[in-house]
Write a protein that binds this ligand. Structure first.
Ligand code: 7RM
Length: 641
């Protein structure tokens, strides 16, 4: 399964295009299946309908846990680094993790969970989060992890969309110097969630919580009454593994659905090859120290699902789970973690790199980073300056950087260098992984061939990790990803293919923002702002932000134009509203009150103009002749903040 030279990459790539079924079948055979599949792939991109390893039976936790017990039962599977560096961490071997997952799975069963039930997980970054995720998978329950920064309203929306039966949460979370009341937020959410019968609460912060009789139980208490014996549920390759909500250009976030077989194969294959995790099963003596992989994402996002939990564990790797933030207690924390745990692979986001760059080299100075072998980047385009800073000061010019491009809908990395194998180029995600067939198209969906071209990035053939549907609304899945360019999966990203055939992702071409690596729909933010009293209408666009990549700029029409003093207060109230409706990650960085918005005669907001003004580039606003009221542009230009 592991590619070790560029020539091998080229051969694998060619085979994956010429005979994708046998290419993936060979890889999938390295896993443990209860029953082999009868057909490797069935697909069309019109309905769409994609099925991998049809008829195959497996359980992903048998592959992530049981399978390793004989060869690496005493090897660390999960290392946990707490928020507070003076608190003791935790190291769980594969045997210990297996034991704890089985116990937690039995707790779920005891609380009435059966195969197919949807479980909401709203937890801090603690081992129990990974354990809860795997416990669901063990018994065939579908997990829906919600990032701890989302509001009660967002939780309620997600729980109701998937009709979750049970919630797993904690009293609170530590994040830097903050203590966040998770259970209180869940309580607020559950006022509007009739399907939830049970809440399992872990104690982490001992923040006072109310425990509703008949509904809420303590995780620690429940764990006392179960054994560690929990046979894995036999799952069909195409049974649902998880739902993960993600933002798009319209409406509420969609529940992206991934299934057991294809997702497992793809997460593991990409993990091993992109990061060149040098422990292919059976190749390393069980007594040798296993390389440590540190992905700084939260498990609430796809990167955490695939590259903290499933990918590393499916490969028998050691994965590091960090509860805190890069700047607590100081801006040297990530380097302390690398130093302390001899981290070999560090996978983080450009926004983190840019924010740490701002602290200069002092926090890096006395840290031993010699254990590092591979550096990764994910979530947004990485600018050349950040790339070089990472390369020079963290990798000391001896660690390959893998700029990995992919999306929640993809299950795993699609375009990326293979560490140490693919020649890198700053700001380029370089080449597609085997099995991935990118195409660039123009607005009419015509393929743009050759090199030195740019267009909208689509993929023309399925890979095992592609989304299968959006939960409860297959038509929305078709509309969003497969209808823009018939026959193709549309990513929503713009892309350049240079003279060497290398891909550079230039950013979203739709109304989706990428703020500090978080995907946020402009429509979602507008809906939240519009809920504030007195707001008549709003338009939200992104603008370049030095650290966050993109900042959020909101143009707001209120029923009475606020005076200067009122304006400041109203802005704060709008921020509070957005925080309540979505979460603090969606708060606009700038708000401008306007009396009107630039609209076409058909009533469409001309966002192009608003984006230009937000960028501070008002020299050439392009053609404004189709506007209903061109005068409004002057007003907005003059009032830009
Ligand atoms: C993994 C993840 C997906 C969107 C995607 C892009 C952007 C992600 C890169 C990137 C440039 C990268 N999933 N994106 N990785 N842009 N270079 N290496 O982030 O669903 O949350 O976001 O993120 O726009 O469409 S996501």
């Amino acid at each position: 399964m592991r590619i070790t030279t560029f020539a091998e990459y080229e051969t694998a790539y060619q085979k994956s295009v010429e005979d994708p079924e046998s290419f993936w079948a060979e890889i999938a055979q390295e896993f443990q299946w209860r029953k082999p599949w009868t057909k490797t792939l069935q697909w069309n991109f019109t309905e769409p309908n994609v099925k991998w390893f049809v008829g195959g039976k497996l359980n992903i936790t048998e592959n992530c846990l049981d399978r390793h017990l004989a060869t690496r039962g005493d090897q660390p599977a999960l290392i946990w680094e707490p928020n507070d560096p003076s608190e003791a961490g935790v190291t769980l071997t594969y045997r210990m993790l297996h034991d704890q997952v089985c116990r937690m799975a039995n707790v779920l069963k005891k609380n009435g969970v059966v195969k197919g039930d949807r479980i909401c997980i709203y937890m801090p970054m603690v081992p129990e989060l990974a354990i809860a995720v795997l416990a669901c998978a063990r018994i065939g329950a579908v997990h829906s992890v919600i990032f701890g920064g989302f509001s009660a309203q967002s939780i309620a929306d997600r729980i109701n969309d998937a009709a979750c039966k049970l919630v797993i949460t904690a009293d609170g979370a530590y994040r830097g110097n903050k203590e966040i009341p998770l259970k209180g937020t869940v309580d607020d959410a559950l006022i509007g969630c009739p399907t939830v019968e049970r809440v399992i609460v872990m104690t982490r912060t001992r923040t006072p919580v109310s425990m509703l009789k008949g509904r809420d139980v303590w995780m620690e208490q429940e764990l006392k009454h179960v054994t560690a014996d929990c046979p894995a549920e036999e799952m069909d390759a195409e049974d649902m593994l998880f739902i993960l909500y993600t933002s798009g250009s319209t409406g509420k976030p969609k529940g992206v659905v991934h299934t057991c077989g294809g997702y497992m194969v793809y997460a593991a294959y990409t993990f091993q090859n992109v990061f060149q995790y040098d422990a292919p099963l059976g190749e390393r003596a069980p007594t040798e120290r296993s390389p440590v992989h540190f992905c700084t994402a939260d498990i609430g996002w796809i990167t955490g699902h695939s590259y903290i939990v499933y990918g590393p564990l499916a490969c028998g790797a050691t994965t590091l789970l960090f509860e805190g933030v890069p700047t607590y207690p100081d801006a040297g924390r990530l380097w302390d973690v690398v130093d302390k745990h001899d981290v070999n692979i560090l996978y983080t986001a450009p926004t983190a790199i840019r924010s740490l760059m701002g602290f200069g080299l002092d926090p890096v100075k006395d840290k031993d980073l010699s254990s590092l072998k591979v550096l990764g980047s994910v979530g947004e385009p990485i600018n050349e300056e950040a790339w070089h800073w990472y390369d020079d000061n963290i990798g000391k010019n001896r660690c390959p950087i893998v700029d990995t491009w992919w999306q929640t809908e993809n299950g795993g990395i699609l375009i990326s260098p293979l560490a140490g194998i693919t020649k890198t180029k700053p700001s380029f995600a370089t080449l597609p992984l085997p099995g991935v067939q990118p195409v660039l198209v123009d607005e009419n969906g015509k393929e743009i061939e050759g090199n030195g071209v740019s267009g909208n990035l689509c993929i023309k053939f399925p890979w095992p990790g592609i989304l299968r549907t959006t939960y409860g609304d297959h038509e929305r899945c078709r509309q969003t990803y497969f209808a823009t360019y018939p026959g193709l999966y549309f990513t929503g990203d713009g892309c350049l293919r240079d003279e060497d055939g290398y891909y550079r992702i230039t950013g979203r071409v739709d109304d989706v923002l990428n703020v500090s690596g978080h995907r946020i729909g402009t429509a979602e933010v507008e809906n939240a702002i519009n809920m504030h009293t007195g707001v008549v209408e709003s338009a939200v666009v992104g603008y370049p932000h030095d650290i966050k990549g993109q900042g959020i700029y909101a143009y707001v029409i209120t029923d009475q134009q606020p005076t200067d003093h009122d304006a400041e207060l109203t802005k704060r109230d709008i921020l509070a509203t957005v925080t309540r409706v979505i979460g603090a990650i969606a708060k606009p960085d700038k708000i401008q009150f306007v009396s009107g918005l630039p609209k076409t005669r058909s009533g469409k907001i001309m966002r192009r103009i608003l984006r230009k003004i937000a960028e501070g580039d008002t020299s050439n606003l392009g053609d404004t002749s189709t506007l209903l009221d061109p005068a409004v542009v002057e007003e907005i230009k003059n009032g830009a903040v």
